[in-house]
Design a protein around this ligand. Structure first.
Ligand code: GDP
Ligand code: IMO
Ligand code: MG
Length: 433
């Protein structure tokens, strides 16, 4: 048995898009294996290497490191068509995955009818009931997983008898259910889907294996694992701003089940958050700025969705929500992103408490209706005008930016170890203080 290695995870502390892709890519230089354990193609993780930008949805972001093995765990909702497209796009750009990708035979498959159902349920919902999903079929796929009767896992997809006999029945039943639910005939051709399933099986089959055993062996051999969280803690199915959440466990608590490793595997939890807050889709957002300042942050930070291109809602840093999600995941260190985006603001705000029905609290309410009534209590800090893009260490930052970081760290209660001042790998300060 090899020497005990320390394993880490990168998780988003907000409502997604915190910059997890950049941090995973950065840290992967020190890891042997990167593992996705939740979500699916709703994720959009950006990695910038020199003048090249990659947006990864199902492929773990660490795959861009040649020596790193990448695993898609059992907890991922896997859309085969989307994954194959991603692999092909990378190959066209000269990036081969070279047998380094392994897919869990237990992962559930996102089928075309899941995407149709996701899209129609959103468009049919009354405006106040919409979640604002990414329409990637995530909710319907996880619902089938829990309901079980019609669920399809990667191991099923690889089984020719299943594809020929059971799959046509499932697709026909789902077509009928959609017709009854929404009254229109969904565009679902049973024979074409069976054909596609065969192609998916041929393309992805060689990568499918028991990743639980693979990870156990890797750990026993002293290899270091980095778990890549998708979405963000505030979108967690149990602990997020329900029902305006995604359908998986997005916190570090999702790792043991979603990856198939023992609960105490991860000792280092890197929580990623921006120097401000963003959200895409519906749901409460206490610190949202619906004025010119919010627009200014969006334009400076290029806050448009990586997966859907939707403009992201922007607001000041929410210390109440971030402290909540940091504690939920047992965060040991913070990667603070987009500090450069705030250059040029006269003042920058931090929400230190919520005022709800006349009472002040610094605890996150567990009920979304209560959260919707919360008013932010802002503490304003003087801004800085200097560009931070070329900063290499804390000393290169203006005093006001340093004071801002100190205050964020104090409020969240977790040390900031990385500060990001631009999208590229090199635009990162490592703090040892
Ligand atoms: P993820 O889903 O958490 O991986 O984040 P996304 O990739 O969806 O969104 C983060 C966006 O911010 C991407 O376009 C990144 O290239 C960009 N980004 C990451 N860190 C920084 C930073 O420190 N400064 C700036 N200006 N952009 C950043
Ligand atoms: P990454 O990994 C931002 C949001 C959607 C919607 C809600 C439910 O790039 O940070 P879903 O399609 O999952 O049923 O949508 O969750 N959402 C994300 N927002 N980044 C993501 O992923 C997200 N994944 C889901 O916008 O509000
Ligand atoms: Mg994203």
């Amino acid at each position: 048995m090899g020497e005990a290695a320390s394993h880490a995870c990168v998780i988003g502390l907000g409502w997604g898009d915190e910059g997890k892709g950049k941090i995973v890519d950065l840290l992967c230089a020190d890891f042997d294996c990167v593992v996705r354990y939740n979500g699916g193609a709703n994720a959009g993780h950006t990695v910038c290497i020199g003048d090249q930008t990659f947006a990864l949805h199902l492929l773990p972001a660490g795959i861009l490191h040649d020596g790193v093995e990448a695993v898609i765990g059992p907890g991922v909702a896997l859309d085969p068509a989307s994954l194959i497209e991603e692999i092909d796009t990378l190959a066209q750009r000269g990036r081969s995955i070279d047998g380094r990708l392994k897919i869990s035979s237990r992962a559930h498959v996102v089928m075309p009818y899941h995407k149709i159902e996701d899209r129609i349920s959103e468009s049919e919902a009354a405006s106040g009931q919409r979640i604002g999903t990414t329409a990637r079929g995530i909710g319907p796929c996880y619902a089938d997983k829990v309901r079980r009767h019609h669920a399809i896992r990667m191991v099923d997809l690889l089984d020719a008898t299943f594809r020929d006999e059971r799959l046509p029945q499932i697709v026909a039943t789902r077509r009928e259910t959609l017709r009854r639910l929404f009254g229109s005939d969904p565009d679902l051709d049973v024979a074409a889907i069976v054909d596609d399933a065969r192609v998916w099986s041929e393309r992805l089959g060689p990568m499918v294996c028991d990743t639980t055993t693979l990870l156990e062996n890797a750990m026993n051999a002293g290899r270091r694992l980095l778990f890549e969280g998708a979405n963000g803690c505030l979108l967690d199915i149990d602990h997020g701003t329900y029902p305006y959440v995604t359908s998986s466990t997005t916190s570090a608590a999702g790792i043991p089940t979603g990856a198939g490793v023992p609960p105490r595997t991860v000792t280092r939890v890197i929580g990623v958050c921006k120097a401000y807050a963003t959200r895409v889709g519906e749901g409460p957002f206490v610190t949202e700025l619906t004025d010119a300042t919010g627009d200014w942050i969006r334009e400076r930070g290029h806050e448009y969705g990586t997966t859907t291109g939707r403009p992201r809602r922007c607001g000041w840093f929410d210390a109440v929500a971030t402290r909540y999600s940091a504690r939920l995941s047992g965060t040991t260190e913070i990667a603070l992103m987009h500090l450069d985006t705030l250059s040029g603001a006269d003042s920058v705000g931090i929400c230190t408490a919520y005022e709800i029905d006349g009472t002040k609290t610094d605890r996150m309410p567990c009920d979304t209706r209560t959260l919707q009534r919360a008013q932010p209590v802002f503490e304003m800090h003087p801004g800085w005008s200097e560009s931070l893009r070329a900063a290499k260490s804390l000393r290169d930052l203006p005093a006001n930016a340093r004071r801002y970081l100190d205050r964020l760290q104090e409020l969240v209660g977790v040390p900031i170890r990385l500060v990001s001042v631009g999208p590229e790998r090199t635009q990162t300060l490592r703090l040892d203080r």
